[in-house]
Write a protein that binds this ligand. Structure first.
Ligand SMILES: Cc1cc2nc3c(=O)[nH]c(=O)nc-3n(C[C@H](O)[C@H](O)[C@H](O)COP(=O)(O)OP(=O)(O)OC[C@H]3O[C@@H](n4cnc5c(N)ncnc54)[C@H](O)[C@@H]3O)c2cc1C
Length: 454
Protein backbone atom coordinates (compact mmCIF):
# COMPACT_ATOMS: atom_id res chain seq x y z
CA UNK A 1 0.00 0.00 0.00
CA UNK A 2 1.27 3.47 -0.85
CA UNK A 3 0.64 6.32 1.60
CA UNK A 4 1.76 9.88 2.07
CA UNK A 5 2.63 9.31 5.71
CA UNK A 6 3.27 6.16 7.76
CA UNK A 7 2.71 6.60 11.49
CA UNK A 8 4.06 3.87 13.74
CA UNK A 9 2.10 3.81 17.00
CA UNK A 10 -1.44 4.81 17.92
CA UNK A 11 -0.94 6.96 21.03
CA UNK A 12 -0.79 10.68 21.77
CA UNK A 13 2.32 11.08 19.64
CA UNK A 14 0.55 9.46 16.68
CA UNK A 15 -3.17 10.06 16.15
CA UNK A 16 -3.27 13.89 16.42
CA UNK A 17 -0.85 14.01 13.47
CA UNK A 18 -2.82 11.32 11.62
CA UNK A 19 -6.07 13.29 11.84
CA UNK A 20 -4.43 16.65 11.06
CA UNK A 21 -2.71 15.18 7.98
CA UNK A 22 -5.89 13.44 6.84
CA UNK A 23 -7.88 16.67 7.21
CA UNK A 24 -5.30 18.33 4.95
CA UNK A 25 -5.96 15.66 2.32
CA UNK A 26 -3.04 13.31 2.95
CA UNK A 27 -3.40 9.52 3.00
CA UNK A 28 -2.09 8.16 6.29
CA UNK A 29 -1.36 4.60 7.36
CA UNK A 30 -1.27 4.26 11.16
CA UNK A 31 -0.20 1.03 12.87
CA UNK A 32 -0.57 -0.18 16.47
CA UNK A 33 -0.77 -3.76 17.75
CA UNK A 34 -3.20 -2.69 20.52
CA UNK A 35 -5.85 -2.46 17.80
CA UNK A 36 -7.26 0.68 19.44
CA UNK A 37 -6.06 4.28 19.62
CA UNK A 38 -4.85 5.92 22.82
CA UNK A 39 -1.51 4.20 23.36
CA UNK A 40 -0.04 3.74 26.79
CA UNK A 41 -1.89 6.77 28.19
CA UNK A 42 -5.32 5.27 27.63
CA UNK A 43 -4.52 1.55 27.86
CA UNK A 44 -2.49 1.52 31.10
CA UNK A 45 -1.24 5.05 31.90
CA UNK A 46 -2.76 8.48 32.49
CA UNK A 47 -6.47 7.81 32.10
CA UNK A 48 -6.75 4.61 34.17
CA UNK A 49 -4.33 5.81 36.86
CA UNK A 50 -6.09 9.14 37.20
CA UNK A 51 -9.52 7.50 37.26
CA UNK A 52 -8.46 5.39 40.23
CA UNK A 53 -6.78 8.43 41.80
CA UNK A 54 -9.93 10.52 41.55
CA UNK A 55 -11.93 7.76 43.28
CA UNK A 56 -9.36 7.60 46.10
CA UNK A 57 -9.48 11.36 46.40
CA UNK A 58 -13.28 11.33 46.74
CA UNK A 59 -13.03 8.72 49.44
CA UNK A 60 -10.41 10.58 51.45
CA UNK A 61 -12.34 13.85 51.19
CA UNK A 62 -15.57 12.16 52.30
CA UNK A 63 -13.77 10.50 55.21
CA UNK A 64 -12.09 13.73 56.28
CA UNK A 65 -14.92 16.20 55.73
CA UNK A 66 -18.12 14.21 56.12
CA UNK A 67 -17.04 11.60 58.65
CA UNK A 68 -17.71 8.87 56.10
CA UNK A 69 -16.69 5.37 57.13
CA UNK A 70 -17.04 3.98 53.59
CA UNK A 71 -14.15 1.74 52.60
CA UNK A 72 -12.82 1.44 49.06
CA UNK A 73 -14.55 -1.15 46.88
CA UNK A 74 -11.51 -1.73 44.68
CA UNK A 75 -13.37 -4.15 42.40
CA UNK A 76 -15.99 -1.46 41.68
CA UNK A 77 -13.29 1.16 41.14
CA UNK A 78 -11.46 -1.10 38.67
CA UNK A 79 -14.75 -1.78 36.84
CA UNK A 80 -15.39 1.96 36.60
CA UNK A 81 -11.86 2.42 35.25
CA UNK A 82 -12.52 -0.22 32.52
CA UNK A 83 -15.70 1.63 31.66
CA UNK A 84 -13.95 5.00 31.32
CA UNK A 85 -11.36 3.37 29.06
CA UNK A 86 -14.11 1.75 26.95
CA UNK A 87 -15.83 5.12 26.47
CA UNK A 88 -12.60 6.59 25.17
CA UNK A 89 -11.76 3.60 22.93
CA UNK A 90 -15.20 4.03 21.41
CA UNK A 91 -14.66 7.77 20.92
CA UNK A 92 -11.42 7.05 19.05
CA UNK A 93 -13.16 4.38 16.91
CA UNK A 94 -15.63 7.04 15.79
CA UNK A 95 -12.79 9.48 15.07
CA UNK A 96 -11.21 6.87 12.80
CA UNK A 97 -14.50 6.38 10.96
CA UNK A 98 -14.71 10.15 10.49
CA UNK A 99 -11.28 10.14 8.82
CA UNK A 100 -11.44 7.75 5.85
CA UNK A 101 -8.03 9.03 4.75
CA UNK A 102 -6.51 7.24 7.74
CA UNK A 103 -6.01 3.50 7.27
CA UNK A 104 -5.48 1.87 10.66
CA UNK A 105 -3.70 -1.49 10.80
CA UNK A 106 -3.89 -3.42 14.10
CA UNK A 107 -0.37 -4.78 13.84
CA UNK A 108 3.34 -4.26 14.41
CA UNK A 109 5.52 -2.38 11.96
CA UNK A 110 9.06 -3.39 11.03
CA UNK A 111 11.03 -0.67 9.25
CA UNK A 112 12.93 -1.52 6.06
CA UNK A 113 14.35 1.92 5.22
CA UNK A 114 13.48 4.48 2.53
CA UNK A 115 9.91 4.87 3.81
CA UNK A 116 9.15 1.16 3.51
CA UNK A 117 7.75 -1.03 6.29
CA UNK A 118 6.25 -4.45 6.81
CA UNK A 119 3.17 -4.57 9.02
CA UNK A 120 2.54 -7.89 10.72
CA UNK A 121 -1.09 -8.53 11.68
CA UNK A 122 -3.04 -11.56 12.88
CA UNK A 123 -4.27 -12.24 9.35
CA UNK A 124 -0.96 -11.77 7.56
CA UNK A 125 1.52 -9.12 6.46
CA UNK A 126 1.16 -5.88 4.51
CA UNK A 127 3.89 -3.87 2.80
CA UNK A 128 3.61 -0.10 3.17
CA UNK A 129 5.58 2.57 1.36
CA UNK A 130 5.32 6.23 2.40
CA UNK A 131 6.97 9.57 1.63
CA UNK A 132 7.21 10.51 5.31
CA UNK A 133 7.30 8.52 8.55
CA UNK A 134 6.41 9.46 12.12
CA UNK A 135 7.77 7.16 14.80
CA UNK A 136 5.61 7.33 17.92
CA UNK A 137 6.31 4.00 19.55
CA UNK A 138 6.58 5.22 23.15
CA UNK A 139 8.28 3.48 26.06
CA UNK A 140 7.76 0.40 28.19
CA UNK A 141 8.21 -0.32 31.90
CA UNK A 142 11.63 -1.62 32.91
CA UNK A 143 11.77 -4.86 34.87
CA UNK A 144 15.12 -5.12 36.68
CA UNK A 145 16.80 -8.48 36.02
CA UNK A 146 16.60 -9.74 39.62
CA UNK A 147 15.36 -13.08 40.89
CA UNK A 148 11.63 -12.89 41.52
CA UNK A 149 10.90 -9.86 39.32
CA UNK A 150 8.16 -11.93 37.68
CA UNK A 151 6.33 -12.03 41.05
CA UNK A 152 6.04 -8.25 41.00
CA UNK A 153 3.63 -5.88 39.29
CA UNK A 154 4.41 -2.85 37.20
CA UNK A 155 2.03 0.08 36.68
CA UNK A 156 0.87 -1.70 33.50
CA UNK A 157 -0.39 -4.66 35.55
CA UNK A 158 -2.27 -2.45 37.97
CA UNK A 159 -3.97 -0.16 35.46
CA UNK A 160 -4.15 -2.15 32.20
CA UNK A 161 -7.59 -2.37 30.59
CA UNK A 162 -9.33 -5.46 32.04
CA UNK A 163 -6.47 -6.21 34.40
CA UNK A 164 -7.14 -9.25 36.61
CA UNK A 165 -6.02 -7.24 39.67
CA UNK A 166 -9.36 -6.57 41.37
CA UNK A 167 -8.39 -6.81 45.04
CA UNK A 168 -6.62 -4.09 46.92
CA UNK A 169 -3.45 -5.36 48.62
CA UNK A 170 -3.52 -4.63 52.34
CA UNK A 171 0.18 -4.00 52.24
CA UNK A 172 2.37 -3.07 49.28
CA UNK A 173 6.03 -2.29 48.67
CA UNK A 174 6.64 0.08 45.75
CA UNK A 175 10.14 0.22 44.33
CA UNK A 176 11.21 3.56 42.82
CA UNK A 177 11.51 7.25 43.58
CA UNK A 178 10.14 8.69 40.33
CA UNK A 179 6.75 10.13 39.54
CA UNK A 180 5.01 6.85 38.75
CA UNK A 181 6.17 5.30 42.04
CA UNK A 182 5.06 8.32 44.05
CA UNK A 183 1.70 8.65 42.32
CA UNK A 184 0.86 4.98 42.84
CA UNK A 185 2.01 5.16 46.46
CA UNK A 186 -0.42 8.04 47.08
CA UNK A 187 -3.25 6.36 45.15
CA UNK A 188 -3.01 3.03 46.99
CA UNK A 189 -2.61 4.81 50.32
CA UNK A 190 -5.76 6.84 49.70
CA UNK A 191 -7.66 3.60 49.06
CA UNK A 192 -6.48 2.12 52.34
CA UNK A 193 -3.33 0.09 51.57
CA UNK A 194 -0.32 0.33 53.84
CA UNK A 195 2.43 1.53 51.51
CA UNK A 196 6.21 1.38 51.83
CA UNK A 197 8.29 3.13 49.17
CA UNK A 198 11.72 1.67 48.54
CA UNK A 199 14.06 4.37 47.18
CA UNK A 200 17.58 3.53 45.98
CA UNK A 201 19.10 6.89 46.90
CA UNK A 202 18.07 9.69 49.24
CA UNK A 203 16.44 11.73 46.42
CA UNK A 204 12.89 11.72 45.04
CA UNK A 205 11.84 12.98 41.61
CA UNK A 206 15.22 13.64 40.03
CA UNK A 207 14.89 16.41 37.45
CA UNK A 208 12.29 18.40 39.40
CA UNK A 209 13.35 21.53 41.28
CA UNK A 210 14.83 20.23 44.59
CA UNK A 211 13.25 23.13 46.51
CA UNK A 212 9.80 22.10 45.24
CA UNK A 213 10.50 18.43 46.00
CA UNK A 214 11.50 19.43 49.55
CA UNK A 215 8.12 21.17 49.94
CA UNK A 216 6.34 18.06 48.67
CA UNK A 217 8.24 15.78 51.03
CA UNK A 218 7.19 17.99 53.90
CA UNK A 219 3.54 17.50 52.82
CA UNK A 220 3.73 13.72 52.51
CA UNK A 221 3.55 12.58 56.13
CA UNK A 222 2.49 9.01 56.59
CA UNK A 223 4.24 7.80 53.47
CA UNK A 224 6.76 5.28 54.72
CA UNK A 225 9.90 5.95 52.64
CA UNK A 226 12.77 3.50 53.01
CA UNK A 227 15.81 5.42 51.73
CA UNK A 228 19.10 4.09 50.35
CA UNK A 229 17.54 0.71 49.73
CA UNK A 230 18.64 -1.35 46.76
CA UNK A 231 16.56 -4.28 45.58
CA UNK A 232 18.28 -7.66 45.27
CA UNK A 233 15.52 -10.24 45.07
CA UNK A 234 11.85 -11.01 45.71
CA UNK A 235 10.69 -14.42 46.98
CA UNK A 236 7.32 -15.96 47.65
CA UNK A 237 6.73 -17.26 51.16
CA UNK A 238 3.24 -18.75 51.54
CA UNK A 239 0.76 -15.98 50.70
CA UNK A 240 3.35 -13.21 51.13
CA UNK A 241 6.25 -11.80 49.21
CA UNK A 242 9.61 -11.13 50.82
CA UNK A 243 11.56 -8.23 49.32
CA UNK A 244 15.28 -8.29 50.06
CA UNK A 245 18.29 -6.08 49.40
CA UNK A 246 20.73 -3.73 51.09
CA UNK A 247 19.85 -0.60 53.06
CA UNK A 248 23.12 1.26 52.99
CA UNK A 249 25.47 -1.66 53.69
CA UNK A 250 23.07 -3.69 55.83
CA UNK A 251 20.75 -6.40 54.48
CA UNK A 252 17.03 -5.71 54.88
CA UNK A 253 13.91 -7.85 54.46
CA UNK A 254 10.39 -6.47 53.90
CA UNK A 255 7.40 -8.83 54.01
CA UNK A 256 4.39 -7.69 51.99
CA UNK A 257 1.29 -8.73 50.03
CA UNK A 258 2.41 -7.15 46.76
CA UNK A 259 5.48 -5.56 45.26
CA UNK A 260 5.23 -3.01 42.45
CA UNK A 261 8.28 -2.08 40.37
CA UNK A 262 8.38 1.52 39.11
CA UNK A 263 12.04 1.84 38.26
CA UNK A 264 11.82 3.62 34.94
CA UNK A 265 10.71 3.29 31.35
CA UNK A 266 12.78 2.48 28.30
CA UNK A 267 12.18 3.51 24.67
CA UNK A 268 10.52 1.10 22.25
CA UNK A 269 11.95 1.15 18.74
CA UNK A 270 10.34 -0.75 15.87
CA UNK A 271 12.38 -3.67 14.58
CA UNK A 272 14.67 -2.51 11.80
CA UNK A 273 14.82 1.09 13.06
CA UNK A 274 18.47 1.00 14.07
CA UNK A 275 19.42 -0.65 10.76
CA UNK A 276 17.97 2.35 8.89
CA UNK A 277 20.71 4.47 10.51
CA UNK A 278 18.37 6.25 12.94
CA UNK A 279 20.33 8.23 15.51
CA UNK A 280 19.58 7.35 19.16
CA UNK A 281 21.10 8.68 22.38
CA UNK A 282 22.99 6.44 24.86
CA UNK A 283 19.71 5.47 26.57
CA UNK A 284 18.11 4.50 23.24
CA UNK A 285 15.81 7.52 22.80
CA UNK A 286 15.52 8.82 19.24
CA UNK A 287 17.42 12.08 18.78
CA UNK A 288 15.28 14.91 17.37
CA UNK A 289 15.41 18.68 17.03
CA UNK A 290 12.58 20.97 18.16
CA UNK A 291 10.82 20.33 14.82
CA UNK A 292 10.78 16.60 15.70
CA UNK A 293 13.07 15.79 12.79
CA UNK A 294 15.41 12.83 13.20
CA UNK A 295 18.73 12.51 11.38
CA UNK A 296 16.92 10.75 8.48
CA UNK A 297 15.19 13.15 6.06
CA UNK A 298 11.40 12.67 6.12
CA UNK A 299 11.47 10.69 9.39
CA UNK A 300 10.09 12.31 12.56
CA UNK A 301 9.93 10.98 16.13
CA UNK A 302 7.23 12.23 18.50
CA UNK A 303 6.18 11.51 22.07
CA UNK A 304 7.95 9.41 24.69
CA UNK A 305 10.23 7.67 22.19
CA UNK A 306 12.34 10.83 21.83
CA UNK A 307 12.72 11.14 25.62
CA UNK A 308 12.24 14.91 25.63
CA UNK A 309 9.06 15.33 27.70
CA UNK A 310 7.36 12.04 28.65
CA UNK A 311 3.83 13.36 29.06
CA UNK A 312 0.72 12.88 26.97
CA UNK A 313 0.09 16.59 26.31
CA UNK A 314 3.70 16.97 25.15
CA UNK A 315 3.25 14.00 22.81
CA UNK A 316 0.12 15.61 21.34
CA UNK A 317 1.85 18.95 20.78
CA UNK A 318 4.83 17.22 19.16
CA UNK A 319 2.56 15.11 17.00
CA UNK A 320 0.81 18.21 15.64
CA UNK A 321 4.11 20.02 15.11
CA UNK A 322 5.45 17.06 13.09
CA UNK A 323 2.28 17.09 10.97
CA UNK A 324 2.63 20.82 10.32
CA UNK A 325 6.28 20.44 9.31
CA UNK A 326 5.39 17.58 6.95
CA UNK A 327 2.56 19.61 5.44
CA UNK A 328 5.02 22.45 4.84
CA UNK A 329 7.04 20.12 2.61
CA UNK A 330 9.51 19.35 5.45
CA UNK A 331 10.30 23.02 5.94
CA UNK A 332 10.79 23.65 9.69
CA UNK A 333 7.77 25.89 10.31
CA UNK A 334 6.46 24.66 13.68
CA UNK A 335 8.93 24.26 16.56
CA UNK A 336 7.90 22.90 19.96
CA UNK A 337 8.72 25.13 22.90
CA UNK A 338 9.99 22.47 25.29
CA UNK A 339 10.74 25.16 27.90
CA UNK A 340 7.03 25.77 28.55
CA UNK A 341 5.51 22.31 28.92
CA UNK A 342 3.64 21.99 32.19
CA UNK A 343 4.26 18.95 34.35
CA UNK A 344 2.07 17.60 37.14
CA UNK A 345 2.94 14.91 39.62
CA UNK A 346 -0.41 13.59 40.80
CA UNK A 347 0.63 12.94 44.38
CA UNK A 348 -1.51 13.89 47.34
CA UNK A 349 -1.09 16.85 47.51
CA UNK A 350 -0.30 17.20 43.81
CA UNK A 351 2.60 19.28 42.60
CA UNK A 352 3.13 20.96 39.24
CA UNK A 353 5.57 23.27 37.57
CA UNK A 354 6.27 24.98 34.28
CA UNK A 355 9.15 26.96 32.78
CA UNK A 356 12.02 28.29 34.79
CA UNK A 357 11.84 27.77 38.55
CA UNK A 358 14.19 28.75 41.36
CA UNK A 359 17.03 26.25 41.06
CA UNK A 360 17.21 26.40 37.26
CA UNK A 361 17.17 30.20 37.32
CA UNK A 362 20.01 30.14 39.83
CA UNK A 363 22.00 27.62 37.75
CA UNK A 364 21.58 29.76 34.63
CA UNK A 365 22.28 33.04 36.46
CA UNK A 366 18.86 34.39 35.49
CA UNK A 367 17.77 36.98 38.05
CA UNK A 368 14.18 36.36 39.10
CA UNK A 369 11.72 38.01 41.45
CA UNK A 370 9.45 35.59 43.30
CA UNK A 371 5.83 36.11 44.28
CA UNK A 372 3.80 33.56 46.19
CA UNK A 373 0.35 32.76 47.50
CA UNK A 374 -0.07 30.33 50.40
CA UNK A 375 -3.06 28.02 50.22
CA UNK A 376 -3.66 28.64 53.94
CA UNK A 377 -5.40 31.86 52.77
CA UNK A 378 -7.32 30.26 49.87
CA UNK A 379 -11.12 29.86 50.26
CA UNK A 380 -11.34 26.68 48.18
CA UNK A 381 -8.48 25.10 50.12
CA UNK A 382 -10.19 26.07 53.36
CA UNK A 383 -13.47 24.48 52.18
CA UNK A 384 -11.67 21.19 51.61
CA UNK A 385 -9.28 21.57 54.54
CA UNK A 386 -6.40 21.16 52.08
CA UNK A 387 -4.45 24.26 53.03
CA UNK A 388 -0.95 22.83 52.59
CA UNK A 389 1.18 24.29 49.82
CA UNK A 390 1.46 27.37 47.68
CA UNK A 391 1.50 28.98 44.26
CA UNK A 392 4.90 30.49 43.44
CA UNK A 393 5.67 32.60 40.38
CA UNK A 394 9.11 33.49 39.01
CA UNK A 395 9.34 36.77 37.08
CA UNK A 396 12.29 38.07 35.13
CA UNK A 397 13.72 40.72 37.46
CA UNK A 398 14.19 43.32 34.73
CA UNK A 399 11.20 42.93 32.41
CA UNK A 400 8.81 41.46 35.02
CA UNK A 401 7.75 38.86 32.46
CA UNK A 402 6.66 35.53 33.90
CA UNK A 403 9.39 32.92 33.37
CA UNK A 404 7.92 30.03 35.32
CA UNK A 405 5.97 28.87 38.30
CA UNK A 406 5.14 26.01 40.60
CA UNK A 407 2.12 24.90 42.54
CA UNK A 408 2.04 22.49 45.42
CA UNK A 409 -1.41 21.71 46.72
CA UNK A 410 -5.05 21.92 45.81
CA UNK A 411 -5.83 22.09 42.07
CA UNK A 412 -2.15 22.15 41.07
CA UNK A 413 -2.91 20.26 37.80
CA UNK A 414 -5.47 22.89 36.79
CA UNK A 415 -3.61 25.97 38.05
CA UNK A 416 -0.42 25.16 36.19
CA UNK A 417 -2.28 25.49 32.86
CA UNK A 418 -2.98 29.20 33.40
CA UNK A 419 0.57 29.77 34.59
CA UNK A 420 1.95 27.84 31.59
CA UNK A 421 -0.13 29.84 29.15
CA UNK A 422 1.14 33.06 30.72
CA UNK A 423 4.75 31.83 30.44
CA UNK A 424 4.23 30.88 26.76
CA UNK A 425 2.62 34.22 26.00
CA UNK A 426 5.34 36.11 27.90
CA UNK A 427 2.81 37.92 30.11
CA UNK A 428 4.09 40.48 32.62
CA UNK A 429 3.28 40.69 36.32
CA UNK A 430 1.02 43.67 35.57
CA UNK A 431 -0.96 41.75 32.92
CA UNK A 432 -1.45 38.83 35.31
CA UNK A 433 -2.34 41.15 38.17
CA UNK A 434 -5.03 42.84 36.08
CA UNK A 435 -6.77 39.58 35.13
CA UNK A 436 -9.90 38.99 37.25
CA UNK A 437 -9.44 35.30 38.13
CA UNK A 438 -12.76 33.90 39.30
CA UNK A 439 -13.84 33.82 42.91
CA UNK A 440 -13.90 31.47 44.77
CA UNK A 441 -11.42 29.37 42.83
CA UNK A 442 -7.79 28.81 43.69
CA UNK A 443 -6.91 30.58 40.42
CA UNK A 444 -7.35 33.84 42.31
CA UNK A 445 -3.98 33.08 43.88
CA UNK A 446 -2.23 33.65 40.56
CA UNK A 447 -3.35 37.27 40.15
CA UNK A 448 -3.00 37.88 43.89
CA UNK A 449 0.61 36.70 43.79
CA UNK A 450 1.35 38.89 40.77
CA UNK A 451 -0.18 41.92 42.53
CA UNK A 452 2.48 41.62 45.23
CA UNK A 453 5.13 42.89 42.87
CA UNK A 454 3.36 45.53 40.74
C1 LIG B 1 1.24 4.84 35.02
C2 LIG B 1 1.40 6.01 34.08
C3 LIG B 1 0.71 7.17 34.34
C4 LIG B 1 0.84 8.26 33.49
N1 LIG B 1 0.15 9.39 33.79
C5 LIG B 1 0.26 10.47 32.98
C6 LIG B 1 -0.49 11.64 33.25
O1 LIG B 1 -1.25 11.71 34.22
N2 LIG B 1 -0.36 12.70 32.42
C7 LIG B 1 0.50 12.65 31.33
O2 LIG B 1 0.58 13.65 30.60
N3 LIG B 1 1.22 11.54 31.05
C8 LIG B 1 1.12 10.45 31.85
N4 LIG B 1 1.81 9.31 31.54
C9 LIG B 1 2.70 9.31 30.36
C10 LIG B 1 1.90 9.10 29.07
O3 LIG B 1 1.21 7.88 29.15
C11 LIG B 1 2.85 9.13 27.88
O4 LIG B 1 3.59 10.32 27.91
C12 LIG B 1 2.11 9.06 26.55
O5 LIG B 1 1.32 7.91 26.50
C13 LIG B 1 3.11 9.06 25.39
O6 LIG B 1 2.45 8.86 24.16
P1 LIG B 1 3.24 8.21 22.92
O7 LIG B 1 2.29 8.24 21.78
O8 LIG B 1 4.55 8.83 22.79
O9 LIG B 1 3.52 6.71 23.35
P2 LIG B 1 2.53 5.55 23.77
O10 LIG B 1 1.28 6.07 24.32
O11 LIG B 1 3.36 4.62 24.60
O12 LIG B 1 2.15 4.85 22.40
C14 LIG B 1 3.07 4.10 21.68
C15 LIG B 1 2.30 3.06 20.90
O13 LIG B 1 3.17 2.50 19.92
C16 LIG B 1 2.82 1.16 19.76
N5 LIG B 1 3.96 0.47 19.14
C17 LIG B 1 5.15 0.17 19.71
N6 LIG B 1 5.94 -0.46 18.81
C18 LIG B 1 5.23 -0.53 17.66
C19 LIG B 1 5.51 -1.07 16.38
N7 LIG B 1 6.68 -1.63 16.08
N8 LIG B 1 4.54 -1.00 15.44
C20 LIG B 1 3.36 -0.41 15.70
N9 LIG B 1 3.05 0.12 16.90
C21 LIG B 1 3.98 0.06 17.87
C22 LIG B 1 2.47 0.67 21.15
O14 LIG B 1 1.59 -0.44 21.09
C23 LIG B 1 1.82 1.90 21.76
O15 LIG B 1 0.41 1.83 21.74
C24 LIG B 1 1.69 8.18 32.36
C25 LIG B 1 2.38 7.00 32.09
C26 LIG B 1 2.25 5.93 32.94
C27 LIG B 1 3.00 4.67 32.64
Amino acid sequence: MRADVLIVGGGGGAYPAAFALAEAGRHVVMVDPKGVLGGNCLFEGCIPSKTVREMGHLLVRAQRLLGSTTRADFGAIQAHRDHVQEMRFEMHRKELLDHPNVTFFPGTARLRGNGRATVRMEDGEREVEADSTILATGTEAVRPPIPGQELCWTSDDLFRYRTPIRELPEDVVIVGGGYIALEIACILRSLGSRVRLLVRSHVLLRGADPDLVALLQHSLPGLDILWNSTLARVDRDGGSLVVRGLRGTKPYEERTDACLLAVGRTPVLPDGARETGLSVDPRGFVVTDEFLRTNIPGVYATGDVNGRAPYFHAAVRESLAAAHNILAGHRPVDPVNFAAIPVTIFTDPPMAWVGLTRTQAHQRSVEVTEASYPFSTDPKAQMYRETDGEIRLFFDRGSRRLRGGWVLGIQAPELINEIGLAVSAGLTARELAEFPDQHPTSHEGISKAARQIV
